[in-house]
Design a protein around this ligand. Structure first.
Ligand code: ASP
Length: 419
């Protein structure tokens, strides 16, 4: 069995076992089961997530330094950055526009019984100026210690450009980074072989604890979000890929499977980053000079799935409270949500923090978030897979436009272990 299939098996087994436990015992687990879930499954799951996360900073920093320092002559970093950011913003804006339109057609919040509303305290949103200043590091070690992705990207770009410009005196440093890069990639491969167990443990714990009964009460909302997510993934992305590159979208979907499965299981684009990077470079054929920039940037600023959630949730909350924010309100939602996605880390539940910002912007009650929180974990898993798919699509489009996509690798759908 190939590794991707083993991971898929681990995932399905975890969902089934967890759901069965939840259905059979609910919160009344026997002492032995409670111990097993907490001290074995949860332990394995958390160690697995930690092992993924520990690779993120070294991998992003070193691969981006090497990618920038060894960029082919004639390829302009500025052009790549402009294109990448442009596509990321474009796909996010498309995603949220579709969400607002579909949600207005479906009306998920009209006449909702708000009696099960809990409470939600909104965090204070940063200003645009603060977000921009925060992209630039004052201390590279602090940036790495905090895992501040945008700051790490800026510093790695600077080191990479300087390495390329300095010439011979930089050769030893470049060789050092190249060697560390190979070691990092090997660590990802080692981790991938533990993944089926990690994913199994994670999902068993999660599904045994989360009853998804709230889905019934919030069915219209839940399925509107899922519907728009699917629409974006299977209609918008393939159309973009076809029109811009003429590449076969099915091939892309087949090749990115491991990253999408990881995104679903961890609900974190950040934790999945090592896998996404491996998939983009080794299975989609994106040159490392491009992938090492587009993937970490995407994990941080490109969240199409999260934007969709915000679009639907805003309409839902407006309807549930009987407030009409009008066309200008929705345009403000599209602009705010697109900007809000920049600088928000790809961690579980991040979209709700961004949503608080969006609601405040258009004067809707932030407590409305409490209405949807009960079904958010499952939606988080699905939208994270979409976020990651978006990063893979844009990386492919940018690499293709620069002539830096290896067609032979892209077209190879054999599911051998390439990470
Ligand atoms: N969990 C998402 C991610 O990591 C962010 C969110 O939508 O909450 O990409």
């Amino acid at each position: 069995m190939t590794l991707s299939n083993k991971i898929l098996l681990g995932m399905v087994a975890g969902v089934v076992l967890g759901s069965l436990l939840n259905a059979a015992f609910g919160q009344q687990l026997t002492p032995l089961l409670a111990w097993l879930l907490d001290s074995v499954f949860d332990l394995v799951g958390q160690v697995f997530i930690a092992s993924l996360k520990v690779l993120v900073v070294p991998l992003v920093f070193v691969s981006l330094v090497v990618g920038t320092a060894t960029i082919s002559p004639g390829v302009s970093l500025g052009k790549i950055a402009t294109k990448t950011i442009g596509f990321y913003l474009l796909t996010t804006a498309l995603a949220i526009t579709a969400a607002v339109i579909f949600a207005n057609l479906i009306d998920p919040g009209t006449g909702l019984d708000r009696s099960f509303e809990g409470s939600f305290t909104a965090p204070l949103p940063p200003t645009v100026k603060e977000v921009l200043i925060d992209i630039f590091p004052t201390n590279p070690i602090a940036a790495m210690a905090e895992g501040n992705m945008l700051q790490i990207i800026v510093f790695a770009l600077l080191v990479g450009v300087a390495l390329a410009q300095v010439g011979t005196p930089g050769t030893a440093a470049l060789r050092f980074f190249e060697s560390i890069n190979d070691v990092n990639m090997r660590m990802v491969t080692i981790l991938m072989h533990l993944a089926p167990w990690g994913v199994f443990a994670l999902l068993t714990t999660l599904f045994s604890a989360e009853g998804f009964g709230a889905i019934i009460a919030l069915g219209k909302y839940f399925f509107t979000v899922v519907g728009v997510l699917l629409f974006h993934a299977v209609v918008v992305y393939p159309l973009l890929l076809l029109t811009l590159t003429r590449l076969n979208p099915l091939t892309l979907f087949k090749n990115i499977r491991p990253a999408a499965l990881f995104g679903f299981s961890t609900a974190s684009s950040n934790a999945t980053l090592p896998i996404t990077l491996g998939v983009v470079e080794n299975r989609l054929g994106v040159n490392p000079s491009i992938g090492s920039f587009t993937v970490p940037l995407g994990a941080t600023i490109n969240m199409d799935g999260s934007a969709i959630l915000q679009g639907v949730a805003t309409v839902f909350i407006a309807q549930a409270y009987g407030i009409d924010i009008g066309l200008s309100g929705y345009l403000a939602v599209i602009a705010t949500a697109t900007l809000a996605s920049i600088g928000t880390a790809g961690v579980p539940g991040a979209a709700l923090i961004m949503l608080a910002m969006v609601l405040q912007q258009v004067g809707l009650p932030v407590e409305g978030i409490a209405l949807i929180i009960g079904v958010d974990r499952l939606l988080d898993m699905i939208r994270t897979a979409v976020n990651i798919t978006g990063d893979c699509v844009v990386s492919t489009v940018v690499a293709h436009s620069e002539g830096l996509l290896d067609r032979a690798v892209y077209d190879d759908v054999s599911d051998r272990d390439r990470y």
